[in-house]
Every structure is written in structure tokens, then in C-alpha cells.
Design a protein around this ligand. Structure first.
Ligand SMILES: [Fe+2]
Length: 589
């Protein structure tokens, strides 16, 4: 049975399974080259079919994540096309009149100039009565998918957004022998923004759901207030939070503004005082505060609410193993605090816990419903390398190019270059990693021994914000030497963070947060990525550390490179000195 999973909201993606085996999962943005791509993922679906080596007519079922997709956002492809100014305009001209003045503004009139061409929207919008017509939108999605795949509408199933987040979290961890709690938190989907689920002996059920867990929404609008792009640059605010000045009157004031609103009692959220909205209220209250104070306060608020909630969930159910999914699970600082709580034994955050994995979550639900196969026979995401791969033939063009020099090398010579402090972009023709974090196969790697390497990378390619830390890829054999993993939890995908050892503080400063010396690790296991493991091992022989600094291989603002052609293009347009494709070292002529 072939199952195709689709996310056609923001960060759209597709996946394909044969029975319980995951054959491919990929985000549309990697192929369309537009960040946070919105809408029907044509290219990702075609890529999945190619990877599975089947024609459209072989697909048995289609699982679509999210029942209610807002037509207004699809028409303008909001997350792909919006600038910070557009988001501010949205607040001023749409949300403020709607929420605070009880008016009825017309979203698509306000953003008329953003409405996409018919062919880019893909779905037929004629059936949709108005910009809030979710049922019409769903019918149009069903029809569009049915027509494109030449599959009967009866074989297309839509699943609740948080059910998809929860199932993605659950199945991605693989075989579970113990009772496990799955928690989902995000900006919102299908009228929900937080839920709790319990897994016990193959039974998985929801025990709580709410639409007032506004943690993500508050964070999103604090991000906008600070002049960053919401639903994308929250991690920059999280990075800034580390620099906030604690224990001064401004911080105490900002903290209290948040504390006086949303809170947790038992396993439920409630409002002490409910502001009319999540943007203007906090923006006005905090208008005289510095950027670092606001960052600190919103991060504090996130950690306060999540820790209280997780603590109470543990107190109620006495289950210590947790899985955390949904966009808010990308907040690694909050996850670190949650993991340190008494009673919590483990916290698993899967790769790409945001909406990019809604397609996989939907497919997991369908497979379980139709096939009733045991969980252990369904592919997990412990191996996150499930994306695009290339054959030797796909590299022929690099030998013909007059713009580059190609040299065959071994790990030893690559390790030597890295040890000289020169960053290298690494591209593997093996499958790309799923999610927003590069895990070695589409990465820029460098020696973490000298913190100055950060400037080198910024000059070469990244132009990152100066306060943002870099993260390490650490071979599993050196994990304990570098990081303190008291609870023996999973830290494989850069979705969690840990304190570092004294050895790490001395030897890998380039891959730690420069202020608090924590680390967001990618632990590399030989069984999942043998080539990358062996390269780091070779680097260890020369440098003494089984670790490389690892950052995603992309130009600032672009999606991570996907193909060898993208990789060469990026080499040519940046100051990168070297690109390694498998064992070919490439430099500009
Ligand atoms: Fe979501």
C-alpha cells in the first residue's frame, strides 16, 4: 500500500510510505527554492513519486494534514511572501479593526497586491464563498488533489492538525516500550494550540486540548514587535534572550506584564487577565523597554508556562517519558528547562517538529488506521536522512564546468584543511536530512576549536546575526566527553540543548553559545551517517576533538541547498573556498 502524505499549509511538504516503510519525505522549499513555501507541494510530491519509483496511479491513499486551511493565507502565500512590513500592516489594517473595533475588514482587499497567480495557488478558488470558508477550501483541496493524482476523492483523508503533530512525535521516536506522554504546542491549527496525549500499549489517546495555550502566538508577536519576521525568526529572539540583564527593575516589570495574563492550573491553561490581542497589548505595555529585556521576558514567559504545565502533567499521570511536537517544540532553551524538571526522565523532540512534518504525521495516522500494523514495523525518524539523493551520473556536469577545479580527496586531507580553520561546505549525494536543521549532508562544517571561525563563516557565506551561536556535530563516541547528558535523553537532531563539559569549554568554543556555553548538539551515529561519522573521526585524529561546527549550507534567507547544482551555484556566488561533494573537493578557478 502506497500512502502519500501532504502538508499544503505553510512550510508545505510531502512524504511517501510503502506499507510502514518511509521511502521519502521532503519540504517543498528545498525544491521551489522559496523559504517557508505555502500551498500544494507539487515539486515535493513529484520528487516522492520519483524516489519511490512509481507513477501517480500506484498511490493507494492520500493523507492530508490540517482540516481547516485559511483561504486568505493561501491566496497570498503568507509565510512565503510576507515581509516584516506586511505583517505589521496585517496587524494595523486587519487584526486591530477586527479584534479591537469589532469591524469586518477584508483581508484580500488589504493584500490585493499580494494575491498569487492562479497557477501558483493551484487549487480552484471559485468554490470558496469567502476568505473564511474553510469547508469550501477543503472541498477545493480535495478536488485539486484528486485531479492532480488521478485518484478518487474517497481515498483522500484530512486529519486534524494537532493529531498530526502528536502522531509525528509519537511515531518518529520508534518502538516504545514504556508509557509515554506526547505534548503538542504551536501557533495554532484546526482551532487548537496545545494538546496532551498518552501512549500506552499501542493505544494513543488525547486527554486534553485547548485553544488558549497562546505561548506560540505571544512569542510570534514579540518577534514582530522586535522587528523580526514572525513564524520564522523566533530563534533569533531566543538567541537574544541569553543576553538579557537579569534582576533589574525593567526585567521584573516586563516579566510581570506576561505573568499577569496567561497561566496554568493543573493541566489546563487559563487567563488571569485576557488581553484583547497578543500584539498591540504587549507592544504598548513594553514600548519603553529595551530589545534584550523584551527577548528575555518572552523567553522567560515561555519557559515559565511550559515548565509549570509539564510539571503538572507529570504530577497527574506519573509518566516521566515525554515527546514534544509542534512549532513551539523548536524552543530549545525551554526544552532544556523541561528536561531538568524533577520526575521528567526523557524528552524527545523529533527533527522538524513544526508544520513541515504535518505531512508525515498525517501519513502515520492513515497507515495506522488502514493497515493496523504494529508500531515497531512503521519507520521512525531516528534516521532523519529521508530526503533527496543523487547518483554518480548527476555529478557529470562538475567535470565539464570551466568555472571550478575538482580534486579527488580522502577524509585525511579534508580534515587537514578543516584543522587549518578553513570552513568547507559539505554536500553528500546520499539522502538529505529532513527539517530545518542541516545534519551533515547539506552543511557548512568547520573546526570548532577557535571561536574566531565564526567570523570566517560569516565572511564566507552566512551573514548571520552576530549574537547567534553555532552548533556542533559530535560523534556518538565523544558525546559524554563534551556534553552533560544527565538524563540520558535523545539529542540527535539539534532540537534540544545541553550544558557543556570543562573539556568542551576549552576545546570547542566555536560550537557553544558564547554567553552561557550551552550547546545545541547533533549527535552523529555511524549507523545513520557513516560517511560523516568517519570524517569527524578523522578530524579527531588531528585535532583531538570528535566534533565539528555545523551550520546549514545556504545563503542567508534562502532554503538549504538541495541539489549538486544548487551547491555549485552557492559556491560560485559566495566567498566559500571549498565545497566537498562526496569525495570531490571543489574550488573556484
Ligand atoms: Fe502546527
Amino acid at each position: 500500500m502506497y500512502t502519500l502524505g501532504i502538508n499544503d499549509g505553510h512550510n508545505s511538504s510531502a512524504t511517501i510510505f510503502y506499507n510502514g516503510k518511509l521511502l521519502c519525505a521532503i519540504s517543498e522549499e528545498r525544491l521551489s527554492r522559496k523559504k517557508n513555501e505555502y500551498g500544494f507541494p507539487v515539486k515535493a510530491i513529484n520528487y516522492c513519486l520519483k524516489a519511490a519509483n512509481i507513477k501517480k496511479n500506484k498511490i493507494d491513499y492520500v493523507a492530508v494534514g490540517t482540516k481547516n486551511l485559511p483561504p486568505r493565507y493561501l491566496c497570498v502565500k503568507r509565510n512565503t511572501t510576507f515581509t516584516v512590513n506586511d505583517y505589521i500592516k496585517e496587524q494595523n489594517e486587519y487584526w486591530f479593526p477586527k479584534i479591537c473595533k469589532r469591524e469586518n475588514p477584508h483581508y484580500l482587499k488589504i493584500f490585493k497586491y499580494k494575491i498569487q497567480k492562479k497557477k501558483d495557488i493551484f487549487y480552484d478558488m471559485k468554490k470558496i464563498k469567502n476568505e473564511d470558508d474553510y469547508n469550501g477550501m477543503r472541498e477545493s483541496r480535495k478536488q485539486g488533489i484528486s485531479k492532480f493524482l488521478k485518484i478518487s476523492k474517497e481515498k483522500i483523508f484530512f486529519y486534524d492538525h494537532h493529531r498530526c503533530h502528536a502522531n509525528y512525535g509519537l511515531y518518529s521516536k520508534g518502538n516504545l516500550t514504556k508509557k509515554t506522554i506526547v505534548v503538542t504546542v504551536d501557533g495554532g491549527g484546526d482551532g487548537c494550540n496545545g494538546s496532551i496525549w498518552i501512549y500506552n500499549k499501542n493505544k494513543f489517546s488525547q486527554v486534553y486540548k485547548t485553544n488558549i495555550c497562546n505561548i506560540g502566538r505571544m512569542y510570534r508577536y514579540a518577534t514582530l514587535s522586535l522587528g523580526f519576521k514572525p513564524s520564522e525568526h523566533e530563534y533569533k529572539v531566543m538567541g537574544l534572550a541569553g543576553y538579557g540583564l537579569k534582576n533589574n527593575k525593567h526585567y521584573e516589570y516586563a516579566k510581570k506584564i506576561y505573568e499577569d495574563t496567561l497561566d496554568v492550573k493543573g493541566i489546563e491553561f487559563f487567563y488571569k487577565f485576557k488581553p484583547k490581542d497578543n500584539y498591540f497589548y504587549f507592544k504598548n505595555k513594553l514600548k519603553n523597554q529595551r530589545f534584550d529585556t523584551i527577548s528575555y521576558a518572552i523567553q522567560y514567559n515561555t519557559e515559565r508556562l511550559l515548565c509549570k504545565w509539564f510539571k503538572n502533567i507529570y504530577a497527574k499521570y506519573k509518566i516521566g517519558d515525554f515527546i514534544f511536537s509542534g512549532g513551539v517544540a523548536e524552543n530549545i532553551k525551554a526544552s532544556k528547562k523541561i528536561l531538568s524538571l524533577n520526575g521528567i526522565k526523557s524528552l524527545f523532540v523529533p527533527p522538524g517538529p513544526g508544520d513541515e512534518s504535518i505531512s508525515i504525521g498525517a501519513a502515520y495516522i492513515l497507515i495506522n488506521d488502514k493497515l493496523k500494523i504494529q508500531k515497531k514495523h512503521i519507520s521512525s525518524m531516528l534516521n532523519p536522512y529521508v530526503g533527496s539523493s543523487y547518483k554518480k551520473n548527476d555529478l557529470n556536469f562538475i567535470f565539464k564546468s570551466k568555472k571550478i577545479r575538482v580534486k579527488k580527496v580522502n577524509n585525511k586531507s579534508v580534515a587537514k584543511i578543516l584543522n587549518q580553520g578553513i570552513p568547507i561546505a559539505r554536500f553528500s549525494t546520499n539522502k538529505s536530512e529532513f527539517g530545518p536543521r542541516a545534519l551533515g549532508n547539506r552543511s557548512i562544517i568547520a573546526s570548532p576549536k577557535n571561536a574566531q571561525v565564526i567570523h570566517h563563516i560569516n565572511e564566507s557565506i552566512k551573514i548571520r546575526d552576530f549574537w547567534m551561536p553555532f552548533a556542533p556535530s559530535i560523534i556518538s563516541t565523544d558525546f559524554k566527553k563534551l556534553l552533560i547528558n544527565k538524563k540520558n535523553s535523545f539529542h540527535n537532531f539539534m532540537t534540544t540543548s545541553l550544558d557543556s563539559t570543562e573539556f568542551a569549554k576549552k576545546n570547542i568554543p566555536g560550537a557553544l553559545h558564547p554567553f552561557d556555553r550551552t550547546s545545541r548538539p547533533h549527535i552523529v551515529y555511524k549507523k545513520y551517517n557513516k560517511d560523516y561519522f568517519n570524517l569527524i573521526l578523522e578530524f579527531k585524529k588531528i585535532s583531538g576533538v570528535g566534533c565539528l561546527l555545523n551550520t546549514s549550507f545556504n545563503v542567508h534567507g534562502e532554503p538549504i541547498v538541495n541539489s549538486p547544482k544548487d551547491a555549485i551555484k552557492t559556491l560560485l556566488k559566495t566567498n566559500l573556498k571549498y565545497l566537498l561533494i562526496d569525495n570531490f573537493l571543489i574550488s573556484k578557478k
